[in-house]
Design a protein around this ligand. Structure first.
Ligand code: ADE
Ligand code: ZN
Length: 346
């Protein structure tokens, strides 16, 4: 088996060296492990059907994006206080650091919490404190990307942006997530234009379940700088050429794709190698690790086993993650040099 960046993997020359990587596609709400969910439910007096973590986990069998989203949104009712949001983000950042993550650009879904009557300042307060402490305590840099729930519509997205703008310094960009088919990017042109005018970076989930036309719209109408997932872009050679020529990153999430059957039912059939062969700027990410079988290192380990990825291919994926990030150029160079150092010393 080729080398991986598994948190437990030791490398020659150092018992603890991990390949540095950035995670660019992770929903912080999708990192809510059942154990933390039970803890928060008890803390907040919320009734769950059972407090047995194993029984709760048994529900995690999906056959589509929607079958996952139904459970994901239901579980988020346990998040009530600033401490809850802090604990959630801190648990993710701690686990990510153990996987070699040096930088994370983290999605969050404020509309879900607003619908649960949680004021937006509670959400920002908890997440911002956790990200600040992770920089100090874990040496992990990070930023928040606020996603609009596409199935709540364009007006709700605009209202959410307005509500968030007093916290403009607490997030770096906007994204688009939730149910894809039937909610094309074209619906969100105005809110993305507004976000752009505010200097926010732009990304969107596209081509996860929706076709290549959703990816075209995200690029042409929303001006996104990265495509989240994008697997179905491979169906359109002109789109592949555009993505390659402009080096527009695709943030790919293999365990998610298999769990939700959005790209392949088996990791060995995953299109990652085609994407790399096509010269696309691909990164590997975990999406919703508490639901899909693992964190970024688990994704890399599983893909290494399924596709026999070489150490050089893993280096490329790590370099891509920093290149595709929204970090300042100097930081990209510094982190990419860390990957080179890792390569030289392994
Ligand atoms: N929200 C959380 N995970 C998601 C995914 N994989 N696709 C769309 N929306 C999401
Ligand atoms: Zn996602």
């Amino acid at each position: 088996m080729s080398q991986t960046i598994s948190a437990s993997a030791t490398q020659p020359g150092s018992a603890t060296a991990l390949r540095p990587i950035a995670e660019l596609h992770v929903h912080v709400e999708g990192t809510l492990e059942v154990e933390l969910m039970v803890k928060l439910a008890r803390r907040n007096g919320i009734v769950l059907p059972t407090y047995d973590a194993d029984v709760l986990r048994e529900k995690y069998k999906f056959d589509s994006l929607q079958s996952f989203l139904d459970i994901y949104y239901e579980n988020l009712a346990v998040l009530k206080t600033e401490d809850d949001f802090y604990d959630l983000a801190t648990a993710y950042l701690t686990r990510a650091a153990a996987a070699g993550v040096r930088h994370a650009e983290i999605f969050f879904d404020p509309q879900t919490h607003l619908l649960n009557d949680i004021p937006i300042e509670v959400v920002f307060g908890g997440f911002s404190a956790a990200l600040g402490d992770a920089r100090t305590n874990l040496d992990v840099s990070s930023g928040l990307i606020m996603c609009f729930l596409r199935d709540q519509g364009a007006d709700a997205a605009m209202q959410t942006l307005e509500q968030a703008l007093p916290f403009r310094d607490s997030f770096i960009g906007v994204g688009l997530d939730s149910a894809e088919v039937g909610f094309p990017p074209s619906l969100f042109t105005d809110v993305f234009a507004r976000a752009s005018a505010e200097g926010l970076r732009r990304v969107a989930h596209a081509g996860e379940e929706g076709g290549p036309d959703y990816v075209w719209e995200a690029l042409d109408l929303l001006g996104v700088e990265r495509i989240d997932h994008g697997n179905r872009a491979l169906e359109d050679p002109y789109l592949v050429a555009r993505l390659r020529d402009e080096q527009i990153p695709l943030t790919v999430c293999p365990l998610s794709n298999v769990a939700l059957r959005t790209a392949s039912s088996d990791l060995s059939q995953h299109p990652l190698l085609n994407m790399l062969d096509e010269g696309l700027l691909v990164t590997i990410n975990s999406d919703d690790p508490a639901y899909f079988g693992g964190y970024i290192d688990d994704n890399l380990t599983a893909m290494t086993e399924a596709l026999d990825l070489s150490p050089a291919q893993l280096d490329t994926l790590a370099e891509n993650s920093f290149t595709a990030s929204f970090l300042p150029e100097a930081d990209k160079i510094r982190y990419t040099a860390e990957v080179s150092k890792y390569r030289a010393e392994r």
